[in-house]
Design a protein around this ligand. Sequence first.
Ligand SMILES: *[C@@H]1O[C@H](CO)[C@@H](O)[C@H](O)[C@H]1NC(C)=O
Ligand SMILES: *[C@@H]1O[C@H](CO)[C@@H](O)[C@H](O)[C@H]1NC(C)=O
Ligand SMILES: *[C@@H]1O[C@H](CO)[C@@H](O)[C@H](O)[C@H]1NC(C)=O
Ligand SMILES: *[C@@H]1O[C@H](CO)[C@@H](O)[C@H](O)[C@H]1NC(C)=O
Ligand SMILES: *[C@@H]1O[C@H](CO)[C@@H](O)[C@H](O)[C@H]1NC(C)=O
Ligand SMILES: *[C@@H]1O[C@H](CO)[C@@H](O)[C@H](O)[C@H]1NC(C)=O
Length: 551
Amino acid sequence: MGGFMLTLLLCLSAGATVVRGEDPYLFFTWNITYGTISPLGVPQQGILINGRFPGPNINSTSNNNIVIHVFNNLDEPFLLSWNGIQQRKNSWQDGVLGTNCPIPPGKNYTYHFQVKDQIGSYYYFPSTGMHKAAGGFGGLRVNSRLLIPVPFADPEDDYTVLIGDWYTKSHTVLKKFLDSGRSLGRPDGVLINGKSSKGKNKNKPLFTMKPGKTYRYRICNLGMKTSLNFRIQGHTMKLVEMEGSHTVQNVYDSLDVHVGQCYSVLVTANQAPKDYYMVASTRFTKNVLTATGIIRYTNGKGPASPVIPEAPVGWAWSLNQFRSFRWNLTASAARPNPQGSYHYGSVNITRTIKIVNSASTVDGKRRYAINGVSHTDPATPMKLAEYYGVSDKVFKYDTMKDEPPATGADKVTVQPNALNVTFRTFVEIIFENHEKTIQSWHLDGHSFFAAAIEPGRWSPERRKNYNLLDAVSRHTVQVYPNSWAAILLTFDNAGMWNLRSELWERHYLGQQLYVSVLSPAHSLRDEYNLPDNALLCGIVKDLPKPPPYSI
Ligand SMILES: *[C@@H]1O[C@H](CO)[C@@H](O)[C@H](O)[C@H]1NC(C)=O
Ligand SMILES: *[C@@H]1O[C@H](CO)[C@@H](O)[C@H](O)[C@H]1NC(C)=O
Ligand SMILES: *[C@@H]1O[C@H](CO)[C@@H](O)[C@H](O)[C@H]1NC(C)=O
Ligand SMILES: *[C@@H]1O[C@H](CO)[C@@H](O)[C@H](O)[C@H]1NC(C)=O
Ligand SMILES: *[C@@H]1O[C@H](CO)[C@@H](O)[C@H](O)[C@H]1NC(C)=O
Ligand SMILES: *[C@@H]1O[C@H](CO)[C@@H](O)[C@H](O)[C@H]1NC(C)=O
């Protein structure tokens, strides 16, 4: 008997030592305020985080717990979202109006999430109103854990490059434009890390490089609507990572970065020691807007050449670049298994959702829709309504069909757009763009295989064009005018997830939907409970909390 107890105790204590200690925590306290900024040389109202524009970078490592106390000192409700951070089992922290009540003015909220089994380059941004047009964004990187091999040598340093188009009008004015039926119009410029060649300190280097050393640059386009081409005078870029996946390491002179996308490249300081410009310029626009920033060699003598390298022209170049992107199947991901151990090409598709974007007029005002539905956020976030069992009072599921309407494509209804997708099913989503402008689609909560982008219209025979072997697993895909894109994924993350146009006026005016992925088990293995500190609003504000999920 005593021997049995002793054995049991030994087993228990041995078990306890095997259980991994709690993953490390990173704490942040962020004060969100207005402040005057002049990135294009014109003073305007910006949104600052602890007085900074752009906000601080989050430098984390796989599985870190991230705790961010956010104090909203704006005069409007506010939310931050984490572009590409999957929030496993935890759409409570996604920070979009379909899942979270916004932080009221003068109030605070603490985000708490784990960057679980992810590596790579991401960013955070304000998802409310047109706040993104004023700042409140920053880089978010997830480093590989020490024991997990990375498929390239440690760079000398690791630089975040946030690029985006920019308006000199305030976010309130831009919002008024959209609310009154006007368009945003053309941007006024392009920024690199909140700076342009028209702002202060334009001759100060953004980055420095030691001769002979190799640096990692993480480039994200977090602008409002414009695809940008990124390049560095006199230097090539070796692509190593894209939105959380290690890629085959091709070398490029320049990269098209569409809104919502992030790329990591290695750049070696192997040129004559002086300054060089990094360049971000608009693609597919009549007037090309260009931003430059200086990279200085530490032993440098002399300014950058005023001759800016030219950007590529046309769509074909961009499409060919997309086709050259490949997942490195033998490189490690966040876990020590090879990335290619999941054979997505041999999984049977259980559902095909074909999405056609449209622009039309409803009651005299511009609306953007998906298959005839233009999303509007109900006052009660849909995820909360679902959790409290009152979704029928807030929205209907599946008002949008899996196919665009055969007739009357321009007839649009404005209502919440929520799809019911069965947990753990393997789904194909086709984005068909019949318009003359480029699209960029982003999915929260998941990565998907970007299997194809092709000109023309999609039909089932076009599946022969899919890359079913080594398409990059990522979270944002562009669709060229009169083209389609196909993505494949398993909806294995229970929660409610935003699928959105990253073009912000389209997003704001309805070109987005939410995917409800419910685990029938109501189990903590699949989804976390509503956090104790969750903000409540709408009809759930005073309802009793539902019983928690069980193990
Ligand atoms: C945030 O900044 C505002 C304006 O500078 C200041 O009044 C306030 O005390 C700050 N709040 C916190 C929590 O730091
Ligand atoms: C980011 O975090 C890593 C791992 O903790 C550390 O080695 C590196 O110096 C940090 N970089 C910056 C810029 O803080
Ligand atoms: C943050 O908000 C909570 C209520 O949600 C409040 O109790 C707390 O005092 C606030 N913290 C600060 C530092 O204002
Ligand atoms: C892929 O990753 C492996 C493992 O780190 C590395 O040895 C190889 O060079 C990479 N392949 C390419 C084509 O980038
Ligand atoms: C996929 O479907 C085919 C034909 O319906 C079937 O033969 C095959 O077993 C299925 N494969 C898997 C992995 O379910
Ligand atoms: C969602 O779909 C599942 C079947 O996949 C079904 O059992 C469930 O009732 C649906 N939920 C709603 C709210 O339509």
